[in-house]
Ligand binder design. Structure first.
Ligand SMILES: NC(=O)c1ccc[n+]([C@@H]2O[C@H](COP(=O)([O-])OP(=O)(O)OC[C@H]3O[C@@H](n4cnc5c(N)ncnc54)[C@H](OP(=O)(O)O)[C@@H]3O)[C@@H](O)[C@H]2O)c1
Length: 367
């Protein structure tokens, strides 16, 4: 039976408590210190994922790298890479022919390059299918709210990253105006030059997040900032935000205070068959992340070669994995945000608030 492994890690202290209830009530700094001493471990076996095309069932292993996002960013890089490599080798020893790198395990180590160079089996960050599903979800949300993307201003936050840069290059061919947001100006300029060569889209660069968001009808956010960087006041009335980042870039207060804004999580997918993940990673039964789905799709294809590795992903790979995933029965989950499905009432409310803002002249572009 074809087998894969997928590397996960806690996204916040709430995940640590969910996996290890004894951590509840302990000081966060103490919990983080204990995590630093823990080696990667086998967290669960995934069963019941069955290809709709071939009927074949695959088996997977979750391997946990017990580090929080802040630790991935702040601990010595070589030490973090060593831990990720150790986890990936464990996946290989467990019999995986494909190893997927979830969350920040691919943000370090050259977007998967360090692990891919070490392992005998195939490695992927899962970022190509994440891009495909994030764009598909965003376009679907725009259609639902009667917003014509050809007239819209679209900000990609984390635009120079592995996910953000391909999202920006693909969207440049479809949207009215693109605003590229990240902290490094030189990397933004490099990306903008590439986009100019590939398409004729109007492109703006912004290193100031709030200025970048101010004029955006649509935002796709995929940073490795550690989360919580998009505050309620920064968003334009009637904006659509597709939050791909994990932990999420959009602050939870947006749910409470911005009735006029639609936030959707990017990259949430229904897996085919009767999947049992045997591990609570915070989604209802049957749902998984696009990066996991990419790893599963390649496993169903019997492939054991590197796929989405490095920061410059190919358009072709995004299209290829979307077609393969569709064939095997993966599909976009309905809109979700803040751990809940987005209700029809919420969509109606945002549509109404958008129309109101447009009448007041606050929404200039985007229909
Ligand atoms: N939903 C899913 O299925 C899924 C799948 C895979 C990954 N992810 C998540 O997607 C995110 C991006 O992953 P990636 O591999 O593309 O990461 P990456 O290659 O490291 O790119 C991160 C981008 O964020 C920018 N950035 C970092 N901090 C920022 C800040 N404070 N303000 C503005 N921009 C900032 C970086 O540029 P500068 O350093 O120049 O600012 C870069 O452009 C991560 O959160 C990851 O966990 C989600």
């Amino acid at each position: 039976m074809n087998r894969f492994a997928f590397l996960i890690h806690p996204l916040g202290i709430q995940d640590v408590v969910r996996y290890a209830p004894r951590a509840a009530g302990k000081r966060e700094a103490l919990v983080a210190k204990i995590l630093e001493w823990m080696p990667p471990y086998h967290a669960s076996t995934i069963t019941g994922v069955r290809s709709a095309a071939t009927g074949q069932e695959i088996v997977g292993e979750f391997v946990c790298i017990p580090l929080l996002p802040a630790q991935f960013l702040q601990l010595q890089r070589s030490e973090v890479e060593r831990r990720v490599l150790e986890g990936a080798r464990l996946g290989q020893e467990l019999g995986a022919s494909m190893v997927g790198l979830g969350g920040y395990t691919s943000v370090v180590g050259g977007a998967g390059r360090v692990v891919a160079d070490d392992l005998r089996v195939g490695v992927t960050s899962g970022n190509s299918y994440t891009v495909s599903t994030a764009i598909a979800g965003t376009l679907e949300a725009a259609r639902t709210l009667d917003l014509d993307v050809r007239d819209a201003s679209v900000a990609v936050v984390g635009a120079t990253g592995s996910i953000g840069s391909v999202c920006a290059r693909i969207l440049a061919r479809q949207v009215g105006r693109l605003i590229l947001v990240a902290r490094s100006k030189s990397r933004l300029q490099h990306l903008a030059e590439r986009i100019h060569r590939e398409s004729r889209a109007a492109v703006g660069l912004e290193t100031d997040l709030e200025r970048g968001l101010m004029s955006a009808d649509i935002v796709i956010s995929a940073t490795s900032s550690g989360g919580g960087i998009i505050a309620p006041h920064a968003l334009r009335p009637g904006a659509i935000v597709c939050d791909v980042a994990l932990p999420h870039d959009v602050c939870r207060e947006v749910a409470r205070t911005r009735r006029d804004v639609l936030v959707i999580e990017g990259g949430v997918v229904v897996a085919p068959g009767n999947p049992e993940f045997n591990f609570d990673f915070g989604y209802p039964p049957g749902l998984c992340l696009a990066c996991m789905a990419e790893t599963m799709t390649l496993t169903m294809e019997g492939r054991s070669e590197d796929f989405s590795i490095g920061r410059g992903l190919d358009f072709e790979r995004v299209e290829e994995i979307a077609a393969l995933a569709r064939r095997h029965g993966f599909r976009l989950a309905g809109f979700r945000a803040f751990d809940q499905p987005v209700t029809r009432e919420k969509l109606d409310e945002v549509r109404y608030e958008r129309q109101k803002a447009r009448r007041r002249g606050m929404v200039v572009l985007g229909g």
